[in-house]
Design a protein around this ligand. Structure first.
Ligand code: AMP
Ligand code: ZN
Length: 504
């Protein structure tokens, strides 16, 4: 039983007690109502204490970015850490997580509303290849569809009422989607292209609808989050910040080596919005726009992976909430928004293997193109990403273990997700525990176990079908997915997690 599972069950038990209590409140026996009230309070207390204890665990297991392979260690450290300062006052900046947990009982109703609204609108009017139900699935594979921005932005913005709330003209929105696609395709990169942008948007949407946080954020925060997710890698050249700085690239000089790419994504996007034909926010109130722009900039800048360590630390501190609510909610929600976007950005490793492996292959190829350039142009004999010698298996194991796992671990504790499927089945009398499991838990474990199996028994030569451009042998790798499934099956949680993965 995972910790999040225990929390989820406890929270549901608490909600059920509260429900019975309020249904009896009018004309039920007063002594029983009183007892139920006490039980509810007690369960609440246990829930909060448990979250407290878990927060200690999270702090103790603070990110320790290392790998047996020195080269991979260096990459992990250089990319995902900026030697964060420990903040002793961080806890006081956070709003109590209680509000989040308490808000969750409204989520299911809201989720249904979102689905319903969206269903009745765009899919029927426009000829789109998918509907919002498909985009609600964690396992959705963006790479199967052409022009992914057009349908994902239209459907997701509509589902969150962004189009009607900000009076967005559909033609302008379509122009914007085309321009966004052009920007993402500018450098023909294997990974940082429109599929990745649309995928991060759809994953962020999933995180929102599957969590109680949708009630905590304001409309402008949700609009800023989803917009930032879509544009966060706009005009990505397929080279990382380290490379741009090292080679004194124009962008590095413009932004003085500080979050070079992220500054460029945000800045060039706002430049695009100066064009009336693409400015989807032209009807937004001036004050709101100011807040919106500032949020988008801070969210996109926070996608710099150098912020990973400090973001995880701040989220871990979040669990240090005490009984008080006397804190500033705005600082709090910004951190949450940044964490959601960061998690969505590295979520490929939490998707079903067949989806994840395509992303892994693409990002590795992008890394190798950079390595090729380092070798040719800068005579760097030992680039970080050498297509001849980089151990892809160890790199993925390191990435999942040190980056993805801690991120989703901390996020899981905050979200306490009710899956969409639970929302659907909620009205039924039977309660199936598998619905309380988070949608990424099974596949994250399976993907990691698969790489471990390959690392133990696999033949790396057979794994790579072609070195340039990198093509992995999917059929060969599939054997190890099956082996990993057998290993997981032996672990007690397998069926529970699998049920959840299948339904998400
Ligand atoms: P972004 O560049 O904004 O997409 O940030 C995500 C970063 O996470 C990428 O640039 C990579 O450094 C890293 N990343 C994401 N997925 C993978 C993966 N499957 N393997 C290795 N690194 C990854
Ligand atoms: Zn990204």
């Amino acid at each position: 039983m995972t910790t999040v599972n225990i929390l989820g069950r406890l929270r549901i038990a608490t909600e059920q007690v509260r429900k019975v209590q309020s249904s009896l409140a009018k004309d039920g026996p007063p002594d029983q109502v009183e007892i139920l009230g006490k039980v509810g309070k007690e369960l609440d207390g246990i829930l909060y204490n448990l979250v407290d204890i878990l927060s200690d665990d999270t702090r103790q297991s603070e990110i320790n970015i290392t790998s047996n392979d020195g080269q991979i260690s260096k990459w992990l450290e250089q990319t995902f850490s900026s030697k964060p300062q420990r903040s002793t006052t961080a806890a006081s900046r956070f709003e109590s997580i209680k509000a989040v947990i308490q808000a969750s009982s409204f989520v299911n109703a809201l989720q249904r509303q979102v689905r319903q609204n969206a269903k009745e609108r765009l899919s029927a009017v426009l000829d789109l290849p998918v509907d919002i139900y498909k985009l609600n699935l964690w396992s959705f594979n963006m790479m199967e569809y052409d022009e992914p921005f057009v349908f994902s932005i239209l459907l997701i913005f509509d589902a969150h009422d962004i189009i009607s709330r900000y009076h967005i003209d559909i033609e302008t929105l379509k122009n914007f989607c085309r321009a966004l696609t052009d920007g993402y395709q500018k450098y023909q990169t294997p990974y940082h292209n429109d599929f990745h942008g649309a995928d991060v948007l759809q994953t962020t949407h999933c995180l929102l609808i599957k969590s109680s946080l949708m009630n905590v954020f304001t409309q402008i925060e949700i609009a800023a989050l989803l917009f930032s997710a879509a544009i966060h890698d706009y005009e990505h050249p397929g080279l990382n910040n380290g490379y741009l700085v090292k080679t004194k690239n124009d962008l590095a000089l413009i932004y003085n080596d500080f979050s070079v790419l992220e500054n460029h994504h945000a800045s060039s996007m706002f430049k695009l919005l100066r064009d009336k034909r693409c400015n989807i926010w032209s009807n937004m109130d001036t004050n709101e726009y100011r807040t919106f722009r500032s949020l988008v900039i801070s969210l996109v800048l926070a996608t710099d992976m150098a912020n990973h360590a400090s973001l995880i630390e701040r989220m871990s501190t979040y669990f240090y909430f005490k009984e008080t609510n006397s804190t500033t909610p705005s600082a709090d929600s910004k951190t949450l928004l940044q964490t959601l976007l960061h998690a969505a950005d590295i979520s490929n490793a939490t998707k079903p293997w067949s989806v994840y492996i395509q992303s892994a292959e693409r990002i590795m190829e992008e890394f190798f193109i950079q390595g090729d350039l380092e070798k040719i142009n800068y005579e760097d004999r030992k680039p970080t990403f050498d297509r001849e010698s980089t151990d892809i298996v160890q790199l993925q194991i390191g990435f999942i273990t040190h980056i993805v796992h801690p991120t989703f671990d901390v996020l899981s504790k905050v979200l306490l997700i009710d899956s969409l499927d639970y929302a659907q089945k909620e009205s039924k009398a039977t309660t199936n525990l598998s619905n309380y499991t988070l949608p990424w838990q099974y596949d994250l474990q399976l993907n990691l176990e698969t790489w471990k199996q390959i690392s133990r028994n696999g033949d790396l030569k057979k794994m790579i079908a072609k070195r340039k451009p990198l093509k992995l042998n999917y059929d060969y790798l599939q054997e190890y997915v099956e082996k990993a499934k057998t290993v997981l099956r032996k672990r007690s949680q397998h069926d529970l997690l699998l049920n959840c993965a299948l339904s998400s």
